[in-house]
Design a protein. Structure first.
Length: 236
């Protein structure tokens, strides 16, 4: 995804009030000037302030390089209104927020998960996977996701077959870590109607991209959908 998409989306927000992750710090987008590389906002107190697009571009770059971004740290604690760029980014439909070590973080999702001009707190399984990545644990060896309507039975059966003990990610999601690959089990109650009961292959592609294309493999049609920041092959 190109940063120009962010600029165009911000232009659509001109005149809108954006809710901040931190209560009481809402802003209104007053103007977006790509030529001058500035975005002007009006604070909750009515003060007009201008911010450089370069700081948003830098956050955008970091979002593509790492699992999640703590905006204060990314901007090196500069300025007194760091919640403003955080608010602008969090109100984009392909960005969600969560807390790690009691600090607000934002992350790219695989597609649009909420309307432009609104913010969304990430679901707990997705957030915990990102927290695990921030702790230094890697999910690159994850090969499949099993969505089940009986999580307890499914995980017991897998433990019995493999001898591997399940690791709880969060209520409703477990991971089985093996030497060269891992398998994630999750309750269908967490995935919603988009991804029903079944076993899905994980595609190791960077998160933050909207995969809407369909493909045919051996005569079977597939599409790619995002779940917990993972890209899954879904049979049509």
């Amino acid at each position: 995804m190109n940063f120009n998409i962010v600029i165009e989306d911000l232009k659509l927000l001109v005149g809108q009030k954006l809710e901040s992750i931190r209560p009481g710090a809402d802003i209104i987008v007053d103007d977006v000037n790509a030529d001058q590389e500035r975005v002007t906002i009006i604070t909750a107190s009515g003060k007009r302030q201008s911010r450089p697009l370069s700081e948003l571009r830098y956050i955008w770059q970091r979002l593509h390089e790492q699992a999640a971004v703590h905006v204060d740290e990314a901007l090196h604690g500069s300025g007194t209104s760091r919640n403003q760029p955080e608010t602008l980014m969090a109100n984009l439909p392909y960005i969600e927020w969560f807390k790690y070590n009691n600090k607000k973080h934002i992350a790219l999702t695989g597609n649009n998960t909420h309307p432009l001009g609104t913010k969304k707190q990430m679901d707990e399984p997705s957030a915990e996977i990102l927290r695990d990545k921030l702790r230094g644990n890697n999910f690159d060896d994850l090969v499949s996701v099993i969505v089940t309507d009986d999580l307890s039975k499914a995980t017991r059966l897998y433990e019995g077959m493999t001898g591997i003990v399940a690791n709880l990610i969060c209520p409703g999601a477990y991971i089985f870590r093996q030497l060269t690959k891992s398998v994630l089990f999750t309750s269908v109650e967490l995935t919603g109607a988009d991804i029903p009961v079944g076993t899905y292959a994980v595609i190791n592609k960077p998160t933050g991209y909207n995969f809407t294309r369909q493909a045919e493999v051996n005569g079977v049609e597939f599409c790619v959908k995002s779940l917990y920041g993972l890209n899954l092959m879904i049979k049509l």
